[in-house]
Design a protein around this ligand. Structure first.
Ligand code: DAH
Length: 337
């Protein structure tokens, strides 16, 4: 009897669907019962053979079976789908978070920032000049005689006869004095270029900080006092220092300032070439000839100037032995500072 078969198929369906554990099982159930050749469709086919009296009742329960099976199927399908998509998105709250690695200032920037803040505290302002400079500002007005070896093609990147990449920050002194009347007190940091072979000790590009103080009655004693105060703040209180006579075309007298070698504490080692001293900067009293080029009255004004390499300064302070590390951007070096 058809109505009995409907009962049987319904309980088979219930049993089958209760065993479904994934979408693949469910699809098999759909094919078995709800597809065109499935059990329920077959029952509809068979309904045609039912008697006139049977048909309405059997037809009704057959429709109920189909609706029931379709609803069960759809419900389970929805459940399985949301379950599977939520497994994909499962969040493990015990996993460590994703840390964003922050960059830091390059050691040269840190060093320059420190130099700037010390000189600001000593009453200096901060000025800058261009890297592309005239031969006049870079050499001529700084009292370099025309046959000076620093003018040689070997040391200088010439653009043409008149212009070059500045070989030091000293030309900014000329720019500052040509545009400001005394008193002037400024430091002038920036990048400089030299046509030199790259090695652990020299690079074709590096940085310097220039210093200049011009007023009436500026003395060499003030120069020493200022630079000693800088060195103590930058390298540490307990340091020993000395000023050694030297020569620069634009200062007279000229000196170089040394501090005790950080490595051997003055005993003598490879870094200080057994002298116990390390040179940290060049300095001197502005040569009256330079004042002549910028229209300063050398009878009325005196001044001092100094210059130091920023790479060299950082190398001395942190015990770095190769200048190239500043420009290679090796993160293993950079992140140590
Ligand atoms: N310009 C010099 C250099 O490139 C450094 C220097 C020495 C600057 C003495 C000065 C100074 O202002 O007085 O090596």
């Amino acid at each position: 009897m058809l109505s009995e078969r409907i009962q049987i198929i319904r309980s088979e369906f219930d049993s089958d669907i209760s065993k479904v554990s994934d979408l693949k099982d469910l699809e098999n159930v759909r094919i078995k019962y709800l597809s065109r050749n499935g059990e329920i469709s077959t029952l509809f086919e068979d309904l045609k053979t039912a008697t006139k009296e049977e048909k309405p009742l059997v037809g009704k329960s057959l429709n109920e079976l189909r609706n029931y099976a379709t609803t069960q199927f759809n419900l389970l399908k929805e459940n399985l789908e949301t379950a599977s998509s939520s497994t994909d998105e499962k969040i493990d709250i015990t996993l460590p978070g994703i840390t964003k690695i922050l960059g830091s200032k390059h050691l040269l920037t840190q060093t320059l920032d420190e130099i700037k803040s010390i000189f600001k505290g000593l009453g200096f302002s901060i000025l800058e000049g261009p890297e592309l400079e005239s031969d006049y500002n870079n050499f001529e007005a700084l009292n370099f005689p025309s046959d000076h070896p620093a003018r040689d093609m070997q040391d200088t990147f010439f653009i043409n006869k008149e212009f070059l990449l500045r070989t030091h920050t000293s030309p900014v002194q000329i720019r500052v004095m040509s545009s400001h009347k005394p008193p002037v007190r400024a430091i002038m940091p920036g990048r400089v270029y030299r046509n030199e072979a790259v090695s652990s000790r020299s690079y074709c590009m590096f940085h310097q900080v220039e210093g200049l103080y011009v007023d009436s009655g500026v003395t060499f004693a003030e120069l020493k006092g200022t630079l000693v105060s800088f060195a103590q703040q930058f390298y540490g209180e307990g340091l020993n220092y000395r000023f050694r006579p030297s020569f620069f075309p634009f200062t007279e007298p000229s000196a170089e300032m040394d501090i005790t070698c950080y490595l051997c504490h003055g005993k003598g080692c490879k870094v200080c070439k057994q002298t116990g001293w390390l040179e940290i900067l060049g300095c001197g009293m502005v040569d009256p000839n330079v004042f002549g080029f910028v229209d300063y009255d050398s009878e009325k004004y005196t001044g001092y100037a100094f210059g130091m390499g920023i790479e060299r300064t950082a190398m001395l302070k942190y015990g770095i032995s190769d200048i190239r590390v500043f420009f290679e951007n090796d993160i293993r070096f950079l992140k140590q500072f």
